[in-house]
Design a protein around this ligand. Structure first.
Ligand SMILES: C[S@@+](CC[C@H](N)C(=O)[O-])C[C@H]1O[C@@H](n2cnc3c(N)ncnc32)[C@H](O)[C@@H]1O
Length: 255
């Protein structure tokens, strides 16, 4: 229930969020912290319910807020790796079920995860996980025509759909992922594009990767958004996170 104390508390938070986001020193520190964190592979050090998850914890809290608010039935994720983010999404869907008084095992809510290569040891650990009943794993490129049509076919059974893109971070690939799946995102729901943060790094920060400043998820998203006014960037999320792998990458379907 929304009471006056809660409202006042949220108003106070809003003020501080505006202040932190308009503070150049805090912004520079956050950007510099992020750039430094790359040297130590910071995002590789966490686990979620027993599976390695390649994320910054701040983004997981933001995604949890979105899931709680928008109550998706289906989450489509590209980029599985060790499975941590899939298990995270599955756990959020199971919690939504529980909060609605539904036995998670008897609900339709589920996660479709796509990866070009699911290593056998990762597949086994994911399939052995107690939350695996919420998961559908698809091996193949997320932009492969067969994979796309399989996902789109499965998605027909769901009304509230959310999309998380975290696979190959080149401009071309992310642009094609948006083309392939973004229209499945339901009204008021979100697509989260990972590693838009590449644009905030020094050029050459990813010497062994095909992406860089100018060839990144954010460059793809900016080009794609030019013809997709049904989505807008939710900058309120960026303002409160300060540190995120998805700055400007939380997009909301508004029509
Ligand atoms: C950053 S990891 C995903 C991390 C995971 N979402 C997490 O939070 O733990 C990126 C993954 O994308 C996969 N990948 C690379 N190219 C791909 C493609 N064309 N289609 C689907 N997955 C791809 C890689 O195999 C890798 O497992």
């Amino acid at each position: 229930m929304i009471n006056n104390e809660y409202k006042a508390f949220k108003e106070e938070c809003k003020d501080y969020i505006e202040k932190q986001y308009s503070n150049d020193e805090f912004k520079d520190l956050s950007n510099s912290w992020y750039q430094n964190s790359l040297d130590f592979r910071y995002s590789y050090n966490f686990e979620y319910l027993g599976r390695p998850i390649i994320q910054y914890p701040q983004d997981l809290i933001a995604i949890q807020e979105i899931i709680h608010k928008t109550k998706p039935e289906l989450i489509i994720e590209t980029g599985i790796a060790h499975g941590g983010s899939l298990i995270f999404s599955a756990s959020m869907l199971a919690l939504l079920d529980i909060m609605e008084g539904i036995d998670p095992k008897n609900s339709n809510r589920k996660v479709i995860g796509i990866d070009i290569e699911i290593k056998p040891h990762n597949r086994k650990a994911i399939e052995d996980h107690p939350l695996s009943y919420k998961l559908d794993l698809i091996e193949g490129s997320s932009t492969d025509a067969e994979v796309v049509s399989k996902v789109r076919e499965e998605a027909k059974a769901f009304k509230r759909i959310m999309l998380l893109l975290d696979s190959n971070h080149t401009h071309e690939h992310v642009f094609n992922e948006l083309k392939s799946y973004a229209d499945l995102v339901s009204l008021n729901s979100y697509c989260v594009i990972s590693d838009t943060s590449i644009e905030k790094t020094k050029k050459g920060s990813y010497p062994n990767r095909p992406w860089d400043v100018g060839n990144s998820p954010l460059s793809a998203l900016k080009e794609w958004l030019k013809n997709h006014s049904e989505f807008e960037i939710d900058t309120e999320i960026d303002k409160k996170l300060m540190i995120s792998v998805s700055p400007n990458g939380y997009i909301k379907r508004i029509k």
